[in-house]
Design a protein around this ligand. Structure first.
Ligand code: URA
Length: 291
């Protein structure tokens, strides 16, 4: 599975094989539904799929492990991005090319403010672009904002599941250590980054992670939708770190958000409307409670 050795590609600038498979993800049009969950960790993909009613391992190539399946009647995929912007941009690029358009990052994060507890979830409304790859796509003044649909679906899902969550601005860095104010090897820490976690907390940035800004920037450029929910596994203000805290809750919220998004997308198609107003959503809410 996933071997591309000796396969001939269309060209060097369009790296797609003779059967239409994308070079890195090894998938082609028709393989992937529009809704895609994006964890960083390949090991989290089967965990996400363990909550689905049907699941199938579709491909495993480099950091990109791909499951497709159905969650509560909705076709869904989970694709690991690996760590950081560059690998994430490749995943989002190739997923768009095969027909996906709605991306929900399911990640882990370090909170910057002391009132945020380990195991809480952070739902990102916008991301500070401390990544490199999104600046290759567009000037740094371009905002990395979550899609309103995905943001609201994540909030609705978190509320429904009764988990503790926070909504706000995230900082996405291409660096886990120095760029997040952690000392590098031999305590190397350039002055400009030494207190970055404190300076961001002062301006009400909730957390550090490494992929949301890339997903949001590319999703906006290409007319798709991006959102992110992350489990708080570290707190930089209290200096705590528990690697698995809240991960299962983040997965449940992301899966449920996909179900909600599908209902909203169906409603939009049925009523031939572009935007979901508060009154349309209130009607949906009352109707869904009666089911
Ligand atoms: N992921 C990050 O990028 N930073 C943290 O502190 C924890 C998870």
């Amino acid at each position: 599975m996933g071997s591309v050795i000796n396969v001939r590609f269309e060209s060097a600038s369009v790296p797609v094989d003779e059967s239409g498979r994308q070079y890195h993800l090894n998938v082609r049009r028709g393989d992937i539904p529009r809704y895609v969950l994006l964890p960083g960790d390949p090991g989290r993909v089967p965990l996400i799929a363990s909550f689905w009613d049907e699941k199938k391992l579709l491909s495993s190539h480099r950091e990109y492990v791909i499951y497709v399946g159905r969650y509560r009647g909705v076709d869904v995929a989970a694709v690991s991005t690996g760590i950081g912007g560059p690998a994430t941009a490749i995943a989002v690029e190739e997923l768009f090319r095969v027909g996906a358009d709605t991306f929900v990052r399911v990640g882990t994060t370090g909170a910057l403010r002391k009132e945020i507890k380990l195991g809480d979830l952070i739902i990102t409304s916008a991301a500070v672009r401390y990544d490199g790859v999104s600046k290759i796509y567009v000037d740094s003044e371009y905002p990395a904002v979550a899609s309103l649909d995905v943001l609201l679906a994540l909030i609705e899902a978190a509320d429904e599941l009764g988990v503790r969550y926070h909504v706000g601005i995230t900082a996405s860095s291409d660096s886990f250590y120095v760029g997040q104010g952690r000392p590098g090897f031999k305590n190397y820490l350039p002055r400009q980054w030494s207190d970055i976690h404190l300076r961001l907390a002062e301006v009400n940035v909730l957390n550090f992670e490494m992929e949301a800004s890339t997903i949001f920037t590319l999703a906006n450029i290409y007319g798709g939708r991006g959102g992110a929910v992350c489990a708080v596994i570290a707190n930089r203000a209290t200096d705590e770190f528990v690697p698995g805290a809240g991960v299962e809750d983040a997965i449940k919220v992301a899966n449920e958000a996909v179900r909600i998004l599908k209902e909203w997308d169906d409603l939009r198609a049925e009523r031939k409307i572009t935007y979901l107003s508060v009154s349309t959503l209130s009607e949906w809410y009352l109707r869904s409670r009666k089911k």
